[in-house]
Ligand binder design. Structure first.
Ligand code: FAD
Ligand code: NAI
Length: 467
């Protein structure tokens, strides 16, 4: 059988691959997307962003009915958790969205090739699976994403010792859940199962949670989550896990060395980060170099070390976030069709969808200190925001960091209700190079949570009218 020929083939149908393929199709390139998992959408839609947000939302509704509605004068009796329905709803949300991408592929003339793609060199790809055969393309894009980082001594069986994939589908609420790693996944899924009734202990190697987030925001988050019943064991590493019928026994040691102790759990969630997924991709055959951290090495046009092969998303450097992968997919498709697009890596937001959420864009206070930048800080607590008080969600704050000399906004960090939506005001402001005064002088509707962003911007020069 002869090769099917394309202008561009994306290997991997996650946010990077499917968004890039749709854009390439829109721009008139003959495009294919190869996906081996049996559904489009990648980690994000199938076992990541979307199912986790569905469970976060459902568990928040349960917790609201359990604890928060009474003060609003809404009395609930006979409250009961129906986990089966909750999980089925999550699966339905996922199915609907993955099918939506198939529709978009058809609409934009993208060929969906089902199977595992392996580079053969010379612009050729072997496909194994339902659409077995070979493809030839002028441009090949590696968008194969990432997989869970394994932890030596703690073998994942997706039943008692789970990755996020198993953690999104536990058939019953564990009595005791131990989460290893206080990052995005550990805190999001830890809070889901805590709200549904599990006793949750989070073990973290560092002496803080959420590395990468502004330290003050992370500290506030830890205090709030502690109040919600989550226990933290910071500065500890797990060195072994023994699984038995009754549960799992973990061995913990101080990160800096010292005496070991044990910790028991029904279920253990391993969430210590993710690593690029390049298994069976044929990188050596194609002559593709990796960085020393194991990601596919690319230049600023996403070109790998092999002619005609590019890479985007989790498999290359940068934050492992769906929107970053999507942007890269679009930018690359536009470059391949002769346009000159640009992606601003300085203003990629990050959001942890716990309750309250925390959201970040730009530099943290620690990064500014380390760089020796002279900066000003403006903060505003949600306890002084009228909408937050009316809603009954007053925990958290907004923090704006601006250049001391020029007033240009360098970073914004929010912990509080709807932080993930609110951060986009700051993202947009930073994209346009705004000063704190620009935000402070922008008329904000009253009463809204976003007024707290404005007040924090005013407070960069100690001008808040609410405090
Ligand atoms: P992926 O989404 O990983 O897609 C890669 C695809 O390539 C996969 O479907 C895989 O099957 C396929 N593939 C791999 N190799 C081959 C091959 N050889 N042939 C054919 N197909 C292949 N990010 C956010 O921004 N917001 C969130 O809320 C969020 N929540 C998350 C929650 C969890 C539990 C997890 C695990 C991740 C979450 N992320 C979130 C991260 C997000 O999922 C990733 O950053 C994003 O999916 C990366 O997109 P990608 O296209 O690079 O790769
Ligand atoms: P993470 O990098 O966010 O957090 C991992 C945590 O584990 C860190 O705090 C790290 O210090 C700790 N750690 C590392 N080794 C350890 C060890 N041996 N013992 C104890 N702790 C250890 O990684 P996570 O949570 O696994 O998520 C992976 C990635 O997926 C995230 O970095 C993020 O890019 C993406 N994601 C994004 C989400 C979002 O945007 N809301 C949600 C979920 C995941």
């Amino acid at each position: 059988m002869s090769d099917q020929e394309f202008d561009v083939v994306f290997i991997g149908g996650g946010p990077g691959g499917y968004t890039g393929a749709i854009r390439a199709g829109q721009l008139g390139l003959k495009t294919a997307c190869v996906e081996m998992r049996g559904a489009l959408g990648g980690t994000c839609l199938n076992v990541g962003c979307i199912p986790s947000k569905a469970l976060l939302q459902s568990s928040e509704k349960y917790a609201e009915a359990e604890h928060a509605l009474a003060e609003h004068g809404v009395a609930v009796s006979g409250l009961k958790l129906d986990l089966k329905t909750m999980l089925a709803r999550k699966d339905k949300v996922v199915d609907g969205l993955t099918q939506g991408i198939e529709f978009l592929f058809k609409k934009n003339k993208v060929s969906y090739i089902k199977g595992r793609g392996t580079l053969l060199g010379g612009g050729r790809i072997k496909i194994e699976g339902p659409d077995a055969g070979t493809l030839k393309a002028k441009h090949i894009v590696l968008s194969t994403g990432s997989e869970v980082m394994p932890l030596p001594g703690v073998e994942i069986d997706e039943k008692k010792i789970v990755s996020s994939t198993g953690g999104l589908a536990l058939p019953k609420v564990p009595k005791e859940l131990v989460v290893i790693g206080a990052g995005y996944i550990g805190l999001e899924l830890g809070t889901v199962w805590r709200r549904l009734g599990a006793k949750v202990t989070v073990v973290e190697f560092l002496d803080r949670i959420l590395p990468g987030m502004d330290a003050e925001i992370a500290k506030t988050m830890q205090r709030i989550l502690k109040k919600q019943g989550i226990e933290f064991r910071l500065g500890k590493k797990v060195t072994a896990a023994k699984s038995a019928r009754a549960g799992v026994t973990l061995t913990l040691e101080p990160a800096k060395g010292g005496e070991a102790e044990t910790l028991k759990a029904d279920v253990v969630l391993v969430s210590i980060g993710r690593r690029p997924y390049v298994e069976g991709l044929g990188l050596e055959t194609a002559g593709i170099a990796l960085t020393d951290r194991g990601r596919v090495k690319v230049d600023d046009h996403y070109r790998t070390s092999a002619e005609g092969v590019y890479a985007i998303g989790d498999v290359i450097d940068g934050p492992m976030l769906a929107h970053k992968a999507e942007e890269e997919g679009v930018v690359l498709a536009e470059m391949l069709s002769g346009q000159k697009p640009h992606m601003n890596y300085d203003v990629i937001p990050g959001v942890v969808y716990t309750w309250p959420e925390c959201a970040t864009v730009g530099k943290t206070e620690e990064q500014l200190k380390e760089a020796g930048t002279d900066y000003k800080v403006g903060k505003f607590p949600f306890s002084a925001n009228s909408r937050a008080r009316a809603n009954g969600d007053t925990e958290g704050m907004v923090k704006v960091l601006a250049d001391a000399r020029t007033d240009r906004v360098l970073g914004v960090h929010i912990i509080g209700p709807e932080a993930g939506n609110m951060i986009h005001e700051a993202v947009l402001a930073m994209e346009f190079g705004a000063s704190a005064e620009d935000i402070a002088r922008t008329c904000h509707a009253h009463p809204t949570l976003n007024e707290a962003v404005r007040e924090a911007a005013l407070n960069v020069d100690k001008l808040s009218r609410q405090m």
